[in-house]
Structure formats: structure tokens, C-alpha cells
Design a protein around this ligand. Structure first.
Ligand SMILES: [Zn+2]
Length: 499
């Protein structure tokens, strides 16, 4: 028998290794099945038991295996990599009662990867649908990330309402980082802040501590030479949901645009007139501790804007999460010092259908008696904002989507937007801006991180336009705001509000 073939066949059995330890806080590797452990042990044993006797038997002589198969030969290294992993996606806070669709974040490191053969990484228990919706990213250095190709992500049999898929690819490095989408850690944010900290237009203030005693920071961007009393404020908060990393890239794009592009050359955003107050990561604990959606205390901070009832319904109840209490208090404090808020945006990312464009979530439709004339004004302002973002973001690619539910008025909701509405009505245009991650990119077919940066700079420019339209009431004739609902509804994904 051909000895090389025999040894290759036997050695190939030894490379099937399951890793059961969690390398990162946000990763749970699949529990190693006992039978798989046994299989691995058996494979190793087979090498020892089969190779040497058959060798001796065939040659009839004592054989020095090292001289026949030197360890640095191509044959040996081609067999040395691990070829299969199981990655078990975990529930936030290991709470198995959560809705499966919120179980959608994983980020892991593979070591000992074969560079000569196709590796198979099986993602077990993703709560969102498989291949058509999820195209993970990989990196060899955690700096340059690339999306996999669609043909490298294969649907696998799922169970219990979850979805499994495998990544099948020959990698070019023995160390590979893989994530469900472009990661954006607290460390990346800190490096980004360091990059700008000496810019006089940029400052960071601690506004308090999270539930797990981590700093909750507020970034402020404005021209410090101009008195704040003569300016208007824009509020932005991001990453209430930790897995929605696209929103952090949008924020980077916005901040870079404000600090770099505009003030050094194009002057499209006037920081002598605007103050941007930004909470870069609302759910700091959730991001650090690897959750997809919730805070480690078990609450969804997006649904913690719980107001008192009766005549005091502008105020939050005393038991809301500390992050929400700190943020709402800071907004009211800033609004009381003489420079009014004119806009409040809440950056999120969604597991949308593959062709879905980024959008602004509105709670309004035209002519609803419960929201009155102020509701119509809000919708007009939201649509004008969306129109301005669309002009700057790779064409007509942002739209307004309504989450209006008949009978569920804003004063009954528990989101940041409903708090803004009850406290400021149409004086502050608000909305949740959602990025998507499907086949609707500006630069490549699939959305990538540069698309998000681009959306951030488009939002910065639209904030200035919004200020021109609704505060200064100044514009060039070709670039005027619109009060024509029919024209504006081209930017809405919903049917005509007359229906
Ligand atoms: Zn979200």
C-alpha cells in the first residue's frame, strides 16, 4: 500500500477539533459533544496504532518516520490546520427566554487555521435568517475587515426557530477573526476619541456611571469661540443595541465630517451656529459584555423611557435604568441654558431584508387627529430632513418608514422619541435612523463600513440644511425646503397617508 496516502488519510482524521471554550465575552463556542471528544481521542490513537505496525509490516524493517516524512515538508504542513469549528451564538445574559431574533451577535478568533485547505465554521443558533440575510466579515489583523463572498456562506439545518449556517473558505492566515458584522468595540471608540481630543471644537464629558460602573460619556462638538447662547443644539445617541455596530460607523462618519472635512475646507456645517451633543454608546455595559440587544441588567434601554402618568407625564419614573436617567437629565439641563434643541436622532441598525435601504423611523402620518397640527409639522420636517440626507448619501437611498400604530399615540410609547415628543413636540424633529447591511451598498454591492461613514457625513450636512430651513429660514431658490406633502412622500416607504 502507498504509505504516504495511508498516513495522509489517518492524519486527516486528527484535524477535526471542536473548541468548547469561550474566547471572548460575547462568544459561546458550541459545547463539545462527548462523542466528538471520543472521536478525536480515537483518531489520535489510530495514528499511533495503525501507522507504525503497517509501516513495519510492509517494509519488513524498522522505519525512521522522520527521515521519510520530514516535519517541514509540504505534506506535513498541509495537514496541520484545524478545519472545523462550531460557534454557538449565545442569548443576551444567557437568558434563553428571549425572542430568538435578538440572538444575533457573535465575534470570534480562530487559531491554527489551515491555509492550504477549506475551513468550515458552523454558526449555530443565530436568531435571524441565514445566508440571504447574513454575510459575516473576516480579518487577519482586526484592522482590515472584509465581508465574505455570498457563496462562502452556506445555509445549514436549523432548530428551535434558530438558523444555522456555515462559512466555508480557505483562509490566508492561521489566525482569523470572524464576526457577524463589522465589530465596533469600546476600544475602537476610545482610539477614535484620542484622535480628536486635541481639536478645540471637540470635547468629552463624563455624565455619570452605567449600571456596572462604567463611564457614560457625552461628546460635544461646536465652535468654542462663539457663545453657546447664539446656537442651536442637535442631539444624537447611538448603540443602545450593542450588536448594531453600523450605527457607530455612522457616528464616526458624522464626527469626522464635522471636525475634518467641514471646518478645514468646505464649511458645509457651521459650528458657530450648531452644537452637536452626542452619546456615542448608550449601552456601554452591553457592548463590553458582548450582548446583542439588552443591558446586562436585563433591560432594553430603548424601552426604558418610561414616563409618569397624569399631569407629570413629561418626567420619567424613578426606577428607569441609570443610563436613561442620566441622558434625559443631561438633555433637560442643556435645554435650559439658553440654546434650544432643534433635532434629536437615535442611531440604530436593523437586520433588514437584503435590498432594504437605510431609513428614518417615524411615528407620524399625515392628518392624525391625535397628533394634531404639530404632528403634521413633525412629519413635514422629518421628510425634509430625509430628503436632504438622500441628496448627499449616494443618491436616493434614505427614506422614511412609519411605525405608526392606530390608537397607539406617542404619549403611550416608551421610546426616546416619545419622550422627546411629549417634552418638546414639533420644536425638535426626531427620528431613529437605521442602517442596513444587505445588497444596497454605495461602494460595493453589499453594504460596507465606508457606506456607514458616508451616511454619517450626509446626516451632518442635512443637519445644517435643516437649520437653514427651519431656524434661519434662508436658502437658495434651487435648494428650498418643501411643504408639499405629495412631493415629500417620495421619500416615504409607506403608501399615501390619505389611505
Ligand atoms: Zn436597535
Amino acid at each position: 500500500m502507498d504509505m504516504i496516502k495511508l498516513i495522509r488519510r489517518i492524519l486527516s482524521l486528527t484535524v477535526l477539533i471542536f473548541i468548547s471554550m469561550s474566547l471572548l465575552t460575547n462568544i459561546g463556542f458550541a459545547e463539545k459533544e462527548k462523542k466528538e471528544k471520543d472521536k478525536k481521542k480515537k483518531s489520535k490513537k489510530e495514528v499511533v496504532e495503525e501507522v507504525e505496525p503497517s509501516n513495519n509490516a510492509e517494509a519488513g524493517l524498522p522505519v525512521d518516520l522522520n527521515s521519510l516524512f520530514p516535519s517541514d515538508s509540504t505534506e506535513d504542513s498541509s495537514m496541520s490546520g484545524i478545519l472545523e469549528w462550531h460557534v454557538q451564538v449565545k442569548d443576551d445574559n444567557n437568558n434563553h427566554n428571549l425572542n430568538p431574533k435578538f440572538r444575533n451577535w457573535w465575534y470570534t478568533k480562530l487559531e491554527g487555521v489551515s491555509t492550504k485547505a477549506v475551513s468550515r465554521v458552523i454558526i449555530v443558533g443565530d436568531g435571524w435568517k441565514g445566508r440571504d440575510y447574513v454575510l459575516p466579515v473576516y480579518s487577519y489583523d482586526r484592522k482590515t475587515w472584509q465581508r465574505l463572498r455570498p457563496e462562502e456562506v452556506i445555509p445549514e439545518k436549523g432548530s428551535e426557530g434558530y438558523f444555522n449556517y456555515s462559512i466555508q473558505k480557505r483562509f490566508d492566515s492561521s489566525v482569523v477573526w470572524l464576526a457577524r458584522y463589522y465589530p465596533y468595540s469600546l476600544g475602537r471608540l476610545n482610539n477614535f476619541i484620542k484622535k480628536h481630543i486635541k481639536n478645540p471644537f471637540f470635547k468629552v464629558d463624563l455624565i455619570g456611571k452605567t449600571s456596572h460602573n462604567r463611564p457614560l460619556n457625552l461628546i460635544t462638538i461646536t465652535d468654542p469661540k462663539v457663545d453657546d447662547k447664539n446656537k442651536k443644539r442637535i442631539w444624537i445617541q447611538s448603540r443602545t443595541h450593542p450588536s448594531e455596530t453600523g450605527s457607530s460607523f455612522v457616528l464616526e462618519g458624522l464626527i469626522d465630517y464635522l471636525l475634518t472635512d467641514c471646518n478645514s475646507c468646505c464649511k458645509k456645517v457651521d459650528l458657530g451656529k450648531l452644537i452637536f451633543n452626542i452619546i456615542p454608546i448608550v449601552n456601554v455595559d452591553g457592548v463590553v459584555e458582548g450582548n446583542a440587544r439588552l443591558a446586562p441588567t436585563g433591560v432594553d434601554l430603548e424601552r426604558q423611557w418610561l414616563r409618569k402618568s397624569g399631569s407629570d407625564n413629561k418626567s420619567l419614573i424613578d426606577t428607569v435604568a441609570p443610563e436613561v436617567k442620566l441622558i434625559s437629565s443631561k438633555i433637560l439641563e442643556l435645554a435650559s441654558v439658553g440654546s434650544d434643541f432643534i433635532a434629536a436622532f437615535n442611531f440604530h441598525s436593523t437586520n433588514a431584508l437584503p435590498n432594504e435601504r437605510p431609513f428614518l423611523f417615524s411615528n407620524f402620518r399625515r392628518s392624525l387627529p391625535e397628533h394634531g397640527a404639530e404632528g403634521d409639522t413633525m412629519l413635514i420636517r422629518q421628510l425634509n430632513f430625509v430628503r436632504e440626507v438622500s441628496k448627499e448619501y449616494c443618491g436616493d437611498t434614505l427614506y422614511l418608514k412609519t411605525s405608526y400604530e392606530p390608537g397607539v399615540t406617542m404619549d403611550k410609547k416608551i421610546f426616546p422619541e416619545s419622550w422627546w415628543w411629549v417634552n418638546f413636540k414639533d420644536k425638535v424633529v426626531h427620528g431613529t435612523i437605521e442602517t442596513t447591511s444587505g445588497i444596497n451598498g454605495c461602494f460595493e454591492e453589499w453594504v460596507n463600513w465606508r457606506d456607514h461613514l458616508n451616511l454619517g457625513s450626509a446626516i451632518a450636512m442635512a443637519c445644517q440644511k435643516y437649520y437653514n430651513f427651519f431656524v434661519e429660514k434662508k436658502w437658495f431658490r434651487y435648494d428650498a425646503p418643501s411643504w408639499d406633502m405629495k412631493e415629500l412622500l417620495r421619500y416615504a416607504s409607506e403608501a399615501s397617508p390619505e389611505k
